[in-house]
Design a protein around this ligand. Structure first.
Ligand code: SF4
Ligand code: SF4
Length: 365
């Protein structure tokens, strides 16, 4: 497929494309003579391995998060970095043109398949997700069979336990589980979080395009480079935890930056880079915005970590004897927290998280 065929499949004519390049280069303050050069560069980018982005049972939050990036801009992301050929939300083509783009990319093969959202597990539940008159489950299996690499974005796609799968009604499953049940062995790179961060999606795809291999993954299929560290170890409120200062009253200004463990924070069991790489082009993340971590990068979110904003009685902080409760506050809980710190540090050294990377954690200790 030539570059202008690709543009046509995206719903963009050659004339429109040249006009777009002229406007874009002018907006950048470049001379008009640069436009053909820019068109050539974008055309070459379009010839890169294409991406099919399928959306199953989801809220489109992961797409919104991914295109919220400023550097690269959404346009660069779509037209240059990723060369997304099919994406129901952001592609210019609609209806039959969109479906044609999907069919042509599928026929070509050698594409990267990105999946957002969970899927019904079998034919019996297919009615819960029909796209373009076809069960999403079947489309996913059809695309997965031909994909060069498969990336599941967001908690729903990773293990099916996100919001659409939070009750038993849909019996939603993640991509890995569906493919395994259907004998498809292509490895799935899981990029959980609710939603996924743009940096994680772009970085993973660029890594794959550059090295033509899957990055090192942990037992949940997550790249260690993004999910190798415990949130609790890098949390900006960690000093408060160690000092035994736990927020009890949201309305007390003195407690505003206290540790949120008693308010349901799941940071001590959550592997993610959220403390250092923030959402919306590094604007912010949960703990900085005053919200406890809900554990959305872990398998089993949301059901497993419910309730989100109060301490779950089954939630034990590793290494802390008994549970941290309001009764413990003021009764030497700082010593308990310090005990956790010693345990955590020793555990991290023993498991190689400090000093070298480990791929053994599953985040559920
Ligand atoms: S429990 Fe939560 S708020 Fe407290 S230090 Fe750990 S990650 Fe931060
Ligand atoms: S801080 Fe926790 S709840 Fe917030 S996005 Fe990161 S893993 Fe999810």
């Amino acid at each position: 497929m030539g570059k202008y065929d690709v543009l046509k499949a995206k719903g963009v004519s050659r004339r429109d494309f040249m006009k777009l390049m002229a406007v874009t280069t002018a907006a950048l303050g470049l001379p008009a003579a640069i436009a053909p050069q820019a068109a050539k560069a974008v055309g070459e980018a379009l010839a890169k391995p294409p991406v099919i982005w399928l959306s199953g049972m989801e809220c489109t939050g992961c797409t919104t998060s991914t295109i919220s990036t400023i550097n690269p801009s959404a346009a660069e992301l779509i037209l240059d970095t990723l060369s997304i050929r099919y994406h129901e939300v952001i592609m210019a083509g609609t209806g039959e043109t969109a479906e044609q783009a999907y069919a042509e990319t599928l026929a070509e093969g050698n594409f990267i398949l990105v999946v957002e959202g969970s899927t019904p597990p079998n034919e019996e539940k297919d009615d819960y997700c029909i796209v373009a008159g076809k069960p999403f489950r079947k489309t996913l299996l059809e695309a997965a069979e031909k994909a060069e690499a498969i990336i599941a974005v967001g908690s729903c796609a990773c293990d099916g336990a996100g919001i659409p799968g939070a009750s038993d009604i849909t019996q939603a499953v993640g991509v890995r589980e569906l493919l395994k049940a259907n004998g498809i062995a292509t490895p799935v790179i899981n990029l959980p979080c609710c939603p996924v961060k743009s940096q994680t999606v772009i970085g993973t795809i660029v890594y794959y395009l550059t090295f033509k291999q899957v990055p090192e993954l942990d037992s949940q299929g997550r790249p260690l480079v993004y999910y190798g560290g415990l949130l609790h170890d890098n949390c900006p409120r960690r000093g408060r935890f160690e000092a035994g200062q736990f927020l009890e009253d949201w309305n007390d200004p003195e407690q505003k930056d206290y540790c949120l463990l008693l308010k349901g924070c799941k940071g001590p069991k959550t592997y993610t880079d959220c403390a250092s790489v923030w959402f919306n082009d590094n604007a912010n993340f949960c703990l900085n915005a005053g919200s406890p971590c809900s554990g959305c990068s872990e398998a089993g979110f949301y059901s497993k970590f419910n309730p989100l904003y109060e301490k779950n009685d089954d939630f034990h902080v590793p290494g802390v004897v008994g549970q941290i409760s309001p009764d413990l506050i003021g009764a030497g809980v700082g010593a308990v927290a310090a005990g956790y710190l010693a345990f955590s540090t020793a555990g991290n050294v023993a498991r190689g998280r400090i000093g070298k990377k480990s791929k053994e954690h599953g985040g559920d200790e």
